[in-house]
Structures are given as structure tokens and as C-alpha cells.
Ligand binder design. Sequence first.
Ligand code: NAP
Length: 274
Amino acid sequence: MILLDGKKAREHFAGLLQEKILKLSIPSSSTAPCLAIIQIGNRPDSDAFIKAKKSFAQKIGAKEIHIQLPEIVTQSEVVDVIKKSNLDTNIHGIIVQLPLPAHLDSNGIIETVDPKKDVDGLTSKTLFTPATARGISQLFGFYQIDIKNKKITVVGRSKLVGTPIAEMCRKRGAEVTVCHKETPNIPSQTKGVDMVIVAIGQPGFIDEKYISKGQIVIDVGITRVGDKLVGDVAFDKVSSLVTMITPVPGGVGPMTVLALFENLIDAWYNQKYE
Ligand code: NAP
């Protein structure tokens, strides 16, 4: 069984991004790509994800601005902050750390981000591949996994995660089936295909009843359980069956951060030469 190590893959691509940013920052008049991270409240899991993004920015020589707003902020106050960042020419990408407090309309807030700066790829008019899908695509590249004409089942169809992953796989030539809560008999859709990609947010849900021998399993899920981050796949129950599998943490997560900064560099180019 091969462990698809997102940290190792990211390390490889990080070097390339670092070189790219060094080149971008010459001549000295041009500023390095800058990401604005907007955080509302102080959920410990969001704190941890933001810390990872800031430390990766530092590693590759990108800039970041962390804008922290209190839990009780109003919708219009958040919208104003995003609009200011949209207009700020020193900011090339904007992300709003999800999930947001329940009193806010997440969709309305996300849609305020200028599509040219939407480096998470979440607005309806975004110019970018959503970071999770781009990150998984890069992981395939690093491990030379060719998905053309392969049968892939994606479990989870959210607008921001499952659906863009399924679209990315279709674009790369795979035959894709998508399952969700209403899908009857999910194991009949996951067993026997070449690859299963899971993004449902249900820790350990996919066990040996869903997986057959020789498959590749990509676990997108990340849920905090106690002090641990847990995936949607019961790793210990399926690892003896599969040929390749992503761990959680350390699989898709690091690749999503990488893809976010790849999108940021693309955004920098677009804004510089538009
Ligand atoms: P979400 O918006 O809650 O969507 C969950 C999706 O899974 C929905 O389509 C839902 O079906 C489906 N689902 C839930 N329970 C199911 C079940 N028992 N059987 C079949 N389908 C089921 O969640 P999300 O934003 O897509 O995130 C999913 C997971 O990915 C979370 O753990 C999140 O933390 C993680 N995530 C990871 C990364 C990363 O970088 N690794 C990035 C983003 C998100 P319906 O459509 O029928 O409701």
C-alpha cells in the first residue's frame, strides 16, 4: 500500500512556488503576491487552518494579511471589509475562513469577494479551480496517477468541495459517479470502481463495507474529534485492501493549501497584466 503523502508532495511543489515568487518580485517595484485571510470569531479549528496557511505563505515568500473580526460582527460590516480588500491593489487574493457564525449568510459573504481575487475558487463567477480540487489534481500529478478512462466515485456533492472535485476528475477524462445522502446502497457505487474520493464530513464513515481490493482512496474529510483531526475514511479498516490512500491529517489538506497559493500567484499575474 502506498501512502499518498500530501506533505511530501507539497514540499516538492513549494520549492517551485518559492522560485516563481522570487522571480515575480523582480523588479523591486512589484510587490509579492499577497493573500488577505478574513476570520470571523476564533474557532480553534479555524485558528489551526489559518496558522498553516500563514506558515506556508512565509515559506514560499508570499505575503498575508490576517483580518480578524469579532463573532458578533454584522453581515454589512463583513461585506464592507471584503469590498475594501477588493479595491486594495496590494491584495491579490482574498479568502474567508469557513465556517462562519450561524447569524451570517455565508453565500452572500463569499459572493462579495471579487471573482478575480477569489483564490479559494468559491464564488459563482470565480476564475479559479477550487483549491481542494486543484490540490487533489496536483497530488495525482506528483504520484503519477492517471485517471483518464478510470471509474471514480465521489461521495459528497457540496457546491464548494464534492462537486468541483467531481468536475475536475471529469475534465481529466475519468468516468465519475457522485453519491450523496439520498443515494441508496452507496457500497454498490463505491465497490469495484478504480478510485473512491470521499468528502462528507462524517468521521470514519467509509469502512471495509464500501471499499474493495486494489482501489485508490482519497479522503478529503477533516473533522476535529477531541484534540484530533479525523478523516471520513476508517483508515485502519481499509488500508490493507487499498493500493493507495491519503492519510488525515497530511493528505489532501496540505495540497489544498498549496493550491490556494498557486491560485494566488495566478491571481497576481492576472492583476498585473490585465
Ligand atoms: P458539506 O457542505 O456538509 O457537504 C457534505 C456532503 O456530503 C453533502 O453533499 C452531503 O449530501 C454528503 N453526505 C453527508 N453525509 C453523507 C452520508 N452519510 N452519505 C452520503 N453522503 C453524505 O461539507 P463540505 O464542505 O463538502 O466538506 C466535506 C468534508 O471535507 C468536511 O470534513 C470538510 O472539513 C472537509 N474539507 C476538507 C478540505 C481539505 O483541504 N482536506 C477542504 C474543504 C473541506 P447531501 O448533498 O445529500 O446533503
